[in-house]
Design a protein around this ligand. Structure first.
Ligand code: ADP
Ligand code: ZN
Length: 616
């Protein structure tokens, strides 16, 4: 149908490239400005949240400028995914990494020298190799893109020593524009990137870090398995997602248990054999609706756009980690869930891990502070998104309306007396017991253990019968989270008083507790508020399923992930618009010239069949 294939050149309009190649109508946020800046030969630092659309910022200039765009990417999985996606668009792209044979690599290098490629993705260690740098002298170069640029930061969790040496690009190729990109927000990292990469003249483009399509919910952990199951059944019956656990052991148990319950769940952690990890990651990317149960070892380099939920069965160790992990949900911009449950035990475990680590005292203190900020987010009674963004120095003027504290405002209660009783009980029993034991004493339960220590004799025995067991546990957790009680990290995790305890104990300081939200079984308001997709009737749901299986079939034939055929946003648009011609399809997001030619007909047939059936 398309007579002459579109080809991007320096004469093209970036907007035209966006439409013809990528199938999108308009640029998002600062994409347009960034692209024009790089096209003019300028250096840039791009800070944009996950899903913000960073890739286009270097892909379009690389296609338009004469020569090859060299993209430095820290992870093999990432570059392969990107290249697979570009090849689907007939963009001349390739990668160079250790998975290739010597001959394959050679042939790509030849193509580079001849200028036959628009984009080449390389690992930093390959790029820094002398032979490769020499080769680059003979390659017509369009630009250098340094992806995941925060890897230069020694303080971050993704530190890659080779990244520091990338300043050599500027020294050897001063004329070639460089664009560094990252989703890491904070100011010190930003300055480090500019400094270490020698991006002295670079213009910085910062986009806000909000991820409006993610619904944040944090609740109390009671029975994690059934809470998780309930969440999955109710909200994500056939979606892909990630379940994070704190330990390897929990990962395996949870995955096995989900499988037993009929879910397609796979474990992933650093202790599993390499092949198995690879295989599980591959299945997650290439099949629909796979759940990965993982430690934080899983995630970096996962570009899958339709991860519909990230569930945490424990508390991440910092707000940065929480933001990054939850950020893997909803990259495609469609509604997604960040769902977390946690309890006092997680907190105690984390405190002990930090304190027991090899790091020096200063580092440990930073670790505890970061955890405190995370606890603040968990225990807040105000909008979670406001708290989250303010941590990154951003202000959200209004409560978001898309987090649990906005959807179900938290009720608080005056806990000054309860706090006094709890602290006093800690004191009377000698500051060596955990919340469960202290609760027994407060409730006057003469358990064997209580009797053994003769704590039926202390003045706080039985003085707390006005609250139930769960409520006392909640009081202790909140006191720890507030820093009014401390965890004895060197001993057995008992609770200790500290300098903050005194004013509370003496009644000089008021304490407000939140009523714990239990992410409950009752039909949630969110289900009524935010539909996952914008259709309501069963026929559209059926059409969605039909389109999805057509996509999976096409993907399997080629051995590629389904989302490189069409993303969920495109399938959604097909359901909502039900185009009856190829021309009409071209108007939909994610359908450019090449995709239309390759897949238009197949999906049109699915649509026709579906509509035909409606009339039968
Ligand atoms: P990032 O690398 O910043 O996480 P990506 O480059 O992967 O983000 O883009 C995220 C998603 O947004 C992708 O699905 C991409 O196709 C889509 N996207 C990017 N730019 C646009 C645009 N201008 N219009 C519509 N969709 C876009
Ligand atoms: Zn909110």
């Amino acid at each position: 149908m398309v007579s002459t294939p579109f080809h991007a050149t320096s004469q093209s309009d970036p907007q035209e490239v966006l439409r013809h190649v990528f199938g999108y109508e308009s640029f998002r946020g600062q994409q347009d400005a960034i692209i024009r800046h790089v096209l003019r030969g300028g250096d840039a630092l791009v800070l944009m949240p996950t899903g913000g659309g960073k890739s286009l910022c270097y892909q379009i200039p690389a296609m338009m400028r004469p020569g090859v765009g060299v993209v430095i990417s820290p992870l093999i999985a990432l570059m392969q995914d990107q290249v697979t996606g570009l090849l689907q668009l007939d963009v001349r792209a390739a990668f160079l990494n250790s998975t290739q044979s010597w001959q394959e690599a050679r042939s790509i290098e030849q193509q580079m020298v001849k200028g036959e490629l628009d984009l080449v993705y390389v690992a930093p260690e390959r790029l820094l190799n002398d032979r490769f740098l020499d080769l680059l002298e003979r390659v017509p170069l369009a630009l250098f893109a340094i992806d995941e640029a925060h890897c230069v930061s020694q303080w971050g969790h993704d530190f890659r020593p080779e990244y520091i040496q990338l300043s050599i690009l500027h020294e050897r190729f001063p004329q070639i524009p460089r664009i560094a990109l990252t989703a890491t927000a904070d100011d010190p990292t930003r300055r480090e990137v500019l400094d270490k990469l020698g991006l002295l003249q670079a213009q910085t483009f910062i986009t806000g870090f909000d991820r409006p399509n993610i619904t944040y919910r944090i609740g109390l952990k009671q029975n994690p398995k059934s809470q998780l199951l309930d969440f999955l059944e109710r909200e994500h019956p056939d979606d892909a997602g990630i379940v994070y656990c704190l330990t390897r052991n929990n990962v395996e148990k949870t995955a096995a248990w989900l499988v037993e319950k009929g879910w397609n769940a796979l474990p992933y952690h650093a202790g599993l054999p390499n092949e198995m990890r690879q295989q599980h990651q591959e299945l997650f990317l290439k099949e629909e609706g796979v759940i990965i149960v993982a430690t934080i070892a899983f995630g970096m380099g996962i570009d899958k756009p339709n991860v519909r939920f990230v569930a945490h069965l424990g508390i991440p160790k910092s707000v940065e980690a929480y933001y990054q992990e939850t950020g893997r949900a909803g990259r495609d911009g469609l509604p997604a869930d960040a769902w977390m449950i946690y309890g006092l035990q997680d907190l105690i475990t984390l405190r002990q891990i930090i304190s027991g680590s090899e790091a020096d005292e200063h580092f440990k203190a930073i670790g505890q502070r970061k955890l405190n900020a995370m606890l603040g987010l968990c225990e807040t009674t105000t909008c979670r998104r406001q708290v989250l963004l303010s941590y990154f120095g951003e202000t959200l003027e209004q409560p978001c309306g898309n987090c649990d504290t906005c959807l179900y405002p938290v009720k608080t209660w005056d806990g000054s007396i309860a706090a006094q009783k709890a602290l006093s009980c800690v004191y009377r029993t000698g500051q060596q017991f955990g919340a469960g034991y202290l609760t027994d004493v407060l409730l006057g339960n003469a358990t064997d253990r209580v009797m053994k220590f003769r704590h039926d004799q202390v003045s706080t025995f039985g003085i707390g019968t006005e609250l139930k067991k769960d409520q006392w546990l909640s009081v202790f957790r909140q006191l720890v989270a507030m820093g009014v009680l401390e965890v004895d990290v060197d001993g057995y995790g008992g609770l200790l008083l500290n300098s903050e305890s005194r004013p509370v104990l003496q009644g000089a300081q008021k304490i407000e507790f939140r009523h714990d939200a239990i992410l409950t079984k009752k039909k949630t308001k969110r289900e009524k508020l935010v539909q996952k997709f914008r259709w309501k009737d069963a026929s559209d749901q059926a059409l969605w399923d039909e389109l999805r299986s057509c996509r999976l079939e096409l993907a399997r034939e080629q051995g590629v992930p389904p989302y490189v055929i069409f993303q969920d946003t495109t399938l959604e648009a097909l359901v909502l618009n039900k185009p009856s011609t190829l021309q009409a399809m071209l108007q939909l997001p994610g359908i450019g010239d090449v995709k239309l030619e390759r897949y238009g007909q197949a999906f049109l047939e699915v649509l026709e069949e579906h509509i035909g059936r409606q009339w039968e």
